[in-house]
Ligand binder design. Structure first.
Ligand code: HEC
Length: 253
């Protein structure tokens, strides 16, 4: 095949870099546009839509965009020889498929503990504090209640879902959520009557909970109702003790 790098149509030689740039321009510009959309567009979606993408999602999407752009850059740059036989074509498709899908699955397993069995997570992150707190953490990680499907506790390395607030400082924040209500009572109310008062979004700058759900300022209604029936009084007390001691800064707990 004719390599156009050094032979321009008029016979004069065009700088190689310009030729190369022309070949990889498409994927590079698409990746830049994709990244702009991910980091500029997604975080500014209207809060009323109730869709929020946390840092891990943005990272994941970015990796996917950069990864696929790199793939096409490599393909167009030249070093990859095109397969000659049907078998080689099939093998390269399988290889690319397992590398990309495998990479994504590996990222998911590494990043999101909810894909693991919660027991392994509990052992890995190690519980500290009083007996009640330790038991409360087990309740939190219990798949029966599924708290980590929606809540992350970044300070404890519990990287769960992002639909609810990060509970890293839930105990401290509970002190100011509802004037006249103790932190313990607020936490208890959040669990037993979750829609009584809504957690403000961090970006709203509010610290108190909001009696009326305002989608621009609060999280959507997702806390599962009916925990009272599904949890024993002991489990509830342990869970409140665990949450009460989440004070934010790493290691402070
Ligand atoms: C389906 C998703 C979902 C599940 C499952 C879930 N939560 Fe929530 N949680 C939310 C959302 C969304 C909010 C914020 C809206 C609100 O205040 O009701 C919230 C709020 C909270 C709050 C109040 C935080 C604050 O600072 O005001 C606490 C505490 C809490 N959840 C603990 C738990 C615990 C413990 C469990 C498991 C028993 C759990 N959540 C299960 C979605 C969920």
């Amino acid at each position: 095949m004719n390599d156009p790098v050094n032979t321009a149509p008029n016979g004069a030689s065009t700088p190689a870099w310009r030729q190369r740039w022309r070949r990889v321009k498409g994927p590079v510009l698409s990746a830049v546009a994709g990244l702009a959309l991910i980091w500029g567009g997604l975080p500014s979606l209207p809060a009323a839509w109730g869709v929020r993408f946390g840092m891990p999602y943005l990272m994941f999407f970015s990796l996917a965009v950069v990864g696929s752009a790199l793939f096409f850059v490599l393909l167009n740059w030249g070093p990859i020889r095109h397969p000659r036989s049907a078998l080689a074509t099939f093998a390269s498709i399988v290889l690319v498929y397992s590398a990309t899908v495998g990479g994504m699955v590996a990222f998911g397993y590494w990043y999101y503990p909810q894909f693991e069995t919660p027991r392994a997570t509990a052992a890995k992150t190690g519980a500290t504090g009083s007996g009640a707190e330790k038991r409360g953490k087990d309740v939190f990680l219990n798949p029966q209640f599924n708290c980590f499907a929606c809540h992350t506790i970044e300070t404890l390395g519990i990287r769960g879902g992002q639909r609810g607030p990060d509970l890293s400082a839930a105990g401290k924040e509970a002190e100011a959520r509802k004037p006249g209500l103790s932190a313990e009572d607020y936490l208890r109310e959040s669990l037993l009557d979750p829609w009584a008062c809504f957690t403000p979004l961090p970006a709203s700058g509010l610290t108190q909970c909001q009696a009326v759900a305002d989608p621009a300022k609060t999280y959507p209604q997702l806390m599962p109702p009916g925990l009272k029936e599904r949890m024993t009084e002991g489990q509830l007390n342990d869970l409140v003790a665990f949450l009460r001691n989440l004070r934010g800064a790493r290691g402070e707990r």
